[in-house]
Design a protein around this ligand. Structure first.
Ligand code: ADP
Length: 394
């Protein structure tokens, strides 16, 4: 008999889910994907099978909009009707912050939930929603084991230099340190790359996760040694609406001008990045199609910073043997990859135009001194793998 694993990625107003089937050998296989969107306003549930064929759709009135326990109870009943004899062994959650203690996923306990509550101030925009879904599921189905998979865990064993800000020690001890995020994506890439390019062995790889949130990671021998995101998911690359690395003096200037913390937070998280520079859109596709010079500048700044960070991360590893692009923009935007490739010509990158246009697995020419890959990420599968490991030991 096979097992099923529910994977949950809960945000502020939406909850994405996948159901994986585990037959014992090999990776678990996804059978259903779906989401509940509009939580807090007008929730809508929809689900598709692995071939993207619609399976169900349902909406609720505003009265039930915020009742996450009722929504998760509905979701679980709906899934249980479609298990076809499999046993649902657990739910695995993406949790943005695991703090300094957690370098691996863990089985949920009430003590752990209290500990994770304590990390809310470090990730106020994500952590409360992740935990709300865990609490609601525990209430709806107390017997179902839950596993928390942290976006920070993969970075936890970085050398101390990569994790430390040059600020008074007491603050570092209080937790003001560089955590790094997108860890589940990087861990998946670290696992997948040797299957695609076995010759790379224990190599030094720079991975660019370029989605609406974007970051980069230096992976040496399968382990994270440095990353562009730091204390929060605001650091590093410019993103769809987030600023990326900024001189802290700018924040002092803005505060002196009279902006308070929440106004600054809103500006840096929601009005900056590609949207802020272009004044047009946070969507890379719209910017690439636009002839507006500000749109072109936003794309150029994005590519410039990716190339610059590639150099910095290579320095963290004492060299680089491969570059990998992943996530929405990284997997699908040939123009962005081509521009970054041009800027990395000095490192030996030579992009094969046809392979790049085709989003091929390897987009560098055979003669390129530094090979460049495109690997679709799969954070959900990573969560399913972790959840199976925690539950069954394999
Ligand atoms: P998230 O970080 O929300 O998980 P994704 O990894 O799905 O997001 O990436 C979303 C982003 O990918 C979108 O904002 C869009 O700009 C970009 N994107 C998707 N497809 C393309 C494409 N064909 N060309 C350029 N950018 C794309």
């Amino acid at each position: 008999m096979s097992n099923a694993i529910l994977v949950i990625n809960a945000g502020s107003s939406s909850l994405k889910f996948s159901v994986f089937r585990d037959h014992g050998g090999g990776d678990p296989v996804v059978t259903i994907n779906g989401q509940i969107s509009g939580i807090g306003t007008q929730p809508v549930f929809d689900a598709k099978d692995a071939q993207r064929r619609p399976l169900a759709e349902k909406s609720w009135g505003a009265g039930e909009a915020s009742d996450r326990t009722a929504l998760l109870s509905y979701l679980l009943s709906w899934i249980e009707e479609r298990l076809e004899g499999a046993t649902l062994i657990a739910a695995g959650h993406r949790v943005v912050h695991g703090g300094v203690r957690h370098a691996a996923p863990v089985l949920l306990t009430s003590a752990l939930l209290d500990e994770l509550d304590g990390l809310v101030p470090l990730a106020p925009l994500h952590q409360p929603h992740n935990l709300a879904a865990i609490r609601a599921l525990a209430e709806a189905h107390p017997e179902l084991p839950q596993v928390t998979c942290f976006d920070t865990a993969f970075h936890r064993n970085q050398p101390w230099q990569a994790q430390t800000f040059a600020i008074p020690r007491e603050l570092t001890e209080e937790g003001v340190r560089r955590y790094g995020f997108h860890g589940l994506s990087y861990e998946y890439i670290a696992r997948r790359l040797p299957e695609i390019a076995p010759e790379l062995g224990d190599s030094r790889v720079v991975v660019a996760h370029l989605g609406s949130g974007a970051s980069m990671c230096a992976i040496h021998g399968g382990r994270s040694v440095d990353s562009t995101m730091g204390f929060t998911a605001l650091d590093g690359l410019p993103m769809g609406t987030r600023c990326g690395t900024i001189d802290p003096g700018v924040l002092i200037y803005l505060m002196r001008k009279g902006m308070d913390a929440s106004a600054i937070e809103k500006m840096l998280y929601n009005k900056s990045g590609l949207l802020g520079v272009s004044g047009i859109s946070n969507d890379m596709r719209a910017l690439l199609e636009s002839s507006d010079p500000h749109a072109q500048e936003a794309v150029e700044l994005f590519c410039f910073r990716i190339a610059k960070e590639t150099g910095a991360l290579a320095a963290s590893m004492g060299g680089v043997d491969a570059v990998v692009f992943t996530a929405g923009i990284g997997e699908r935007s040939a123009p962005v990859r081509a521009r970054v490739g041009d800027k990395l010509a000095w490192m030996g990158v030579e992009i094969d135009a046809a392979a790049n246009e085709a989003n091929a697995a390897k987009i560098s020419t055979p003669g390129s001194r530094l090979p460049v890959y495109v690997i679709p990420t799969d954070e959900e599968r990573m969560i399913a793998l972790h959840t199976r490991k925690v539950l069954t030991g394999r």
